[in-house]
Design a protein. Sequence first.
Length: 335
Amino acid sequence: MATIKDIAERVGVSPTTVSRVLNYDSSLSVSESKRRQIIETAQDLNYAPPRMRGKKKRLSGTRQATITLLHTLDPTEELADPYFITIRHSIEKRLSEAGLRIDNRFSLLGDLPEDFPRKDSAILVVGPHGRKTIDALADLGTPLVCVDFPPDRKDIDCVYPDLEQATADILNALWEKGYRKFGFIGASSGEENPRRPYPDLRSRTFMSWFRERGLDAPANVRFERLTPISGFELARQLLDASDRPEIIIAANDTMAIGAIQAANSFDLKVPDDIRIVGFNDIPAAGLIEPGLTTVAIPAEEIGRTAVDLLLERIAGRSFAKKVVLGTKIRWRASC
């Protein structure tokens, strides 16, 4: 383990100077180039302050953090959504690389044991959870990271895709291609704020996109659970309407696949009679017939980043980080 003396000898200054630079002593009179050289040398030598060494040792030693996963889906629901399976597998792989693992998994806040949190506990909250849940977890005072959604607080770490921009991007692209009669099927749950009539960010952005352009919001909008069955049933409602849309945007790929099945049940051909677009780019999106046009969300990167944020918190980082990941449109035969 490198020491301040090692850095001082490498740079050619006194240990006191190194200590004052690394502690950001603004009263120290030292050139900017020398200050930068000290910091870069500390990084090259993997220097860790004495107060951090015990915490770093705890991550790689026998006394490990207890990782609890609070998931918006129960295990059965997760099996129906490959997107969340990918996130969890990525989390598990990154934790394994750090010598850690998920010790407990729960789907409801009330399921947490009475003695939670135990010593060295840390929490990953996967999928949308409301303010009451996040506040309760934050009050526990244990390292906490929200995964795949931004909490309504600025003091909590989180990593999530930019769904607002992603929804606007796909709408802009489809509008430029000449589509005008849109339908949308999305989520009806996941928020605890009754003032928000469209709980999912993709749903809210879809509706606001038209209002911001002085256009009437499409009437062909339905909300339910993000499952293939819901996608099938909601798409059938839209396809059976007198003013049938020419394109249906689904809030995720599993709903979009259900929508394709709904089109087949009406003997409608995709994309000749109806176009279908999804979100997430799950593996099946490129394998079904026709291939599903979708907004690709980096699920693996979300999982890895979530664990990295948690490790930083366990190691002592005190300020919050928010990581927002971009998306890409994957054009396939369904649109």
